[in-house]
Design a protein around this ligand. Structure first.
Ligand code: FAD
Length: 572
């Protein structure tokens, strides 16, 4: 009896929905033909709301969503929907029903609450920062995408509420920012006060909420920790639609859950980020190695200096692997050439592979005189190929924004908006030599299809109470395969080939017992997620039940599946 009733209810809703769709579409097309585009888009929006109302269930009054007060920010504009259905990876696609451009945290609260309070046939909510995920992590096909980045000001023009703009507290040395703020804008705002965040990503056109949902790492992490250990406080809208402030002292469970939490526990609307005096300039140095163990010994030595005063250590330690034959020239290594062309074959490589250590020293007018000496004395302790020192000197802001320059170059050649089958792994220090043998000198062959970063970090700089998972050793490496697939007829650059190689790398780690952990993890079954989290799964699950018990949030991560979710993201 109950089943029949439910079926009838669903059927009625479906018919209502289809009728709405047909009528509104017809009217929209007619109006569009008459160039009354704004009316057409209003009608489409009304349809989206009808569809939401129908799906939300009968407990909700049909005018409820209009009463939510977000009407003006909800969009079904095809270009908004199209943007929200794709990401940087270009590997999967899912169209949301509508896109919300929030004007405040309250808009987010209202929509999440509506999803939480809806009947069984509910809808999901995905916060989307700058959409620079690889595998559809910020997408949903069963609900609303909340476009966190770029919304501020877009709809509101100059009347942007002051509460959403970065607010720098000079004396306390922190900044409060909107969760969708891009790091490049955080930097610009703090530089006005002579301050800057301490920990970075290599690329700054990523949102604060997006990187804090993962970790946020770069060459500063060995001494500053990842971005998630440089946050004082957050405002978060949980999966129950509550807006809570959290920190070490207040709602600490939520605070630790959200940091590295893959968007599973709440939507970060404000973050309070730690600042330091901004350096003015950067000495940027690259040196080459042909022997892997010498390379990693030097990298590990440099990160062991983390507690020393700034004058006795570098500020940034990274590195990359050079496998391709010929000139060292990929989008991350521009300053080797054309002034300093290097041929791999000229350097007596070990198995055809070279390793580049990348280090920087920050300085300003007051320390300019001593910088050369400090660099010199640190370099003396390293064992790189003596003829392979490449140095450049630039403004701090230009160093931090370096990948954007590469982006512009690639964009101009049509090589940015291509599929990116990226794979990021944390490898324990004890097994990095095995990884080198099996992968860099084995599986990869002599063509990589993009940069491969490798650098170590100190585990004690990571807070184990956060949700992120790292290997169980004091030092572990990030190995990042940042490759682009090209449709140019070259098999080794094809998406299929690179995907196959990624699978081979994961299989190799598995079979060799290398306890690698994926960074920016991507799995498709809950068994794989349970395995990924290991000892932390129990806590992760409990936190989910506490903060998003209806599995509404960030379903694009494919960790928890709401009962009403019919289809997952589609592979392109
Ligand atoms: P999105 O892709 O929009 O979202 C990612 C996830 O976070 C989704 O699940 C989404 O639902 C969730 N989310 C987004 N906003 C919020 C919010 N406000 N609250 C809660 N959840 C939210 N990472 C590094 O650590 N270091 C690097 O050096 C680095 N370099 C990169 C360079 C490039 C060119 C690219 C494309 C990526 C790089 N990344 C790096 C990876 C990047 O940090 C992550 O992909 C990050 O999630 C992207 O941020 P986004 O704003 O685009 O997030």
């Amino acid at each position: 009896m109950y089943q029949t009733k439910t079926k009838t209810k669903v059927k009625t809703k479906t018919i209502f929905c289809v009728l709405c769709w047909c009528c509104l579409n017809y009217l929209a097309i007619k109006l569009a033909e008459k160039e009354l585009l704004s009316m057409a888009s209003k009608l489409l929006l009304t349809f989206a709301i009808c569809r939401l109302i129908v799906t939300v269930g009968l407990t909700m009054d049909p005018t409820e969503l209009l009463r939510l007060g977000v009407y003006g920010q909800l969009s079904v504009d095809p270009s908004d929907v199209q943007t929200a259905s794709l990401d940087f990876g270009m590997l999967s696609r899912a169209e949301p029903w509508a896109v919300l451009h929030p004007a405040s945290a309250d808009d987010i609260t209202r929509v999440v609450k509506a999803a939480y309070e809806s009947e069984a046939h509910g809808f999901t909510i995905s916060a989307r920062g700058h959409g620079h995920s690889i595998n559809g992590q910020a997408q949903t096909s069963n609900g609303v995408v909340i476009q966190m980045s770029g919304s501020r000001g877009r709809r509101l023009g100059s009347s942007t509420p002051a509460a959403l703009r970065p607010h720098v507290y000079e004396k306390e040395r922190y900044v409060d920012v909107w969760g969708g703020e891009l790091w490049i804008d955080v930097l610009r705002s703090t530089l006005e006060h002579g301050l800057a965040p301490k920990s970075w990503t290599d690329y700054l056109y990523l949102s604060v909420g997006g990187t804090l949902s993962n970790a946020g790492i770069s060459g500063q992490a060995f001494h500053q920790g990842p971005q998630i250990t440089n946050v004082h406080e957050l405002d978060v809208v949980t999966g129950k639609g509550e807006l809570l402030t959290c920190s070490e002292e207040q709602n600490s469970g939520l605070f630790h859950a959200v940091l590295g939490g893959l968007g599973q526990f709440g939507i970060i609307t404000r973050a309070r980020i730690s600042l330091e005096p901004a350096p003015k300039r950067v000495r940027w140095i690259r040196v080459l190695y042909s022997d892997f163990s010498t390379f990693t010994r030097d990298q590990e030595y440099l990160i062991s200096l983390h507690e020393l005063p700034a004058s006795q250590k570098f500020d940034y330690v990274e590195g990359f692997v050079i496998v391709d034959e010929g000139l060292i020239n990929n989008w991350r290594s521009s300053f080797f050439s054309p002034r300093n062309p290097v041929k791999i074959t000229s350097l007596g490589t070990d198995g055809g592979v070279l390793y580049c250590l990348e280090i920087t020293k920050n300085y300003d007018e007051s320390t300019a005189d001593t910088t050369d000496q400090e660099v010199e004395s640190l370099l003396k302790k390293l064992n790189f190929i003596q003829s392979s020192v490449f140095t450049t000197d630039l403004l701090y802001v230009d160093f931090l924004d370096r990948v954007h320059k590469a982006e512009l170059k690639l964009r101009s050649k049509g090589l940015w908006e291509v599929p990116h089958p990226w794979l990021n792994l944390f490898i324990p220090k004890s097994r990095i030599a095995d990884f080198d043998k099996g992968v860099f000198k084995g599986i990869l062959g002599n063509k990589t299809g993009g940069p491969i970063l490798i650098y170590p970090m100190n585990k004690h700089k990571w807070d184990n109470r956060s949700s992120v998972v790292t290997p169980d050793e004091d030092v572990f490496y990030l190995v990042a395969f940042l490759r682009s697939a090209l449709d140019n007829g070259e098999e080794m650059q094809s998406l299929e080939y690179l995907n196959h190689q990624n699978r081979q790398i994961l299989k190799f780690c598995d079979e060799a017992g290398i306890k690698a952990k994926q960074y920016l993890p991507h799995y498709t079954t809950q068994e794989e997620w349970v395995d990924h989290f290991g000892d932390k799964w129990g806590q992760f699950y409990q936190r989910k039940m506490e903060f998003d018990p209806r599995y509404i949030l960030a379903t694009g991560q494919r960790i928890f599946k709401p009962s009403f979710q019919s289809s997952s993201n589609m592979a392109l």
